[in-house]
Design a protein around this ligand. Sequence first.
Ligand SMILES: CC(=O)SCCNC(=O)CCNC(=O)[C@H](O)C(C)(C)COP(=O)(O)OP(=O)(O)OC[C@H]1O[C@@H](n2cnc3c(N)ncnc32)[C@H](O)[C@@H]1OP(=O)(O)O
Length: 400
Amino acid sequence: MSDFEIRTLDAGEHRAASNLFRETVHFPPSDDAEWVYAARYYQPGGALGAFDPELIGTARSFDAELTVPGGTRLPMVGVTSVGVRPDRTRRGVLRALMTTQLEDFAARGVVFANLLASEAGIYGRFGYGLATRSRGYSVDRHRARLRPDAPVGGELELLDLDRALEVCPRVYDGLEHRPGMMTRPEVLWRLYETQLRRHAAPVKAVVHHGTGGPDGFAIYHVEGPMAHPWTKTAEVADLFAGSATAFAGLWRFLLGLDLVDRVVAESRPLDEPVELLLADHRSGNVDRIEDEHWIRLVDVPTALGGRAYGHAEPVVVEVTDPLLPANSGSYLVTPNGAARTDRPAGLRMDVTTLAMAYLGTWRPSALAAAGRIEVRDPAAPAAADVLFGTRTAAWSGSHF
Ligand SMILES: CC(=O)SCCNC(=O)CCNC(=O)[C@H](O)C(C)(C)COP(=O)(O)OP(=O)(O)OC[C@H]1O[C@@H](n2cnc3c(N)ncnc32)[C@H](O)[C@@H]1OP(=O)(O)O
């Protein structure tokens, strides 16, 4: 390791850290107008810097809660804005930042760390496993018609961006969260505000009001020329629905926007049934399937003990975690919960692989077939598939 020091940044250093991170991902620095919003995206005390003595690397985190299978919300941190100056890479700066973060998270009682990875090869070595996936979906608006039996009801209200930033966070907080969804702290909404204000086209929100009050919203903007041939695309930045009526109502609204050819919704849940609403399901298309959140089980006993499980024979899972060795050991996973055990293991895996199975995204039998889980008991993979399986696909929908 070279000579450098890692320490927490004070607020006066956040802009330099932001500029450094943006340089590492080949973005220009924020201008003064954008920094007014972007500065508020830094949680006080949540940014680290590496110095040699200049600032050469940075990583940031903010506090939130993650919904696990069964609906419990447990403490998590979102890890973001990780970058090392291009002339100081591959000398251990990221490793030092990651290690410092993880030790701090463990000491603070954080259960999960989540991130979105710029490259798939970076974070597995630090115990982060790909735990949610998403799909990009688009609909040809001219061809699309909702089926006559698509749910109808409620009222829609159109908001401009300022009002949306007041209303949508409250609606989001009131919705039931599927596994993988996180609470959205103020700092995260500030990030979205920064991103949404960059669009030249007006950003709008439509809120669905059901019988019990607001139960869904979509935030969107329409991009395309203001002249012939008016080829315009509605890009959906956010869409959450707490009922079938809200879901159908929001899509009915989007597909009814005049002068729009395509409605594009990126990073949607894999099991979101948009095509089932359409009379001709080929008017919609899955454009891509992508990585979404990588999660790190910082506190394995609390994470395993905090989620619900399916009904199958119990399985003993042995976990190895070289970076946070307190997590290493065997856990008895049953339909009623999970706890440490000294019984012999049926499955052995590292903490990265456990993260991939934890929210139900990857079946243990598939991970075993790929060589990522060592099988000691031949009956264990099938039982673990049921224990770790979830009714809905894990998905976050919150990106940072
Ligand atoms: C959550 C987010 O913010 S995602 C954004 C991440 N940032 C970027 O992609 C910006 C551009 N890249 C960078 O800034 C840097 O190259 C980083 C942050 C990815 C890596 O920083 P470095 O200081 O070079 O990493 P460091 O030297 O500590 O390497 C640690 C390990 O990761 C490996 N590694 C580093 N970068 C990569 C990579 N891009 N792909 C695969 N492996 C990598 C190293 O080989 C090393 O492996 P080892 O432990 O087996 O020896």
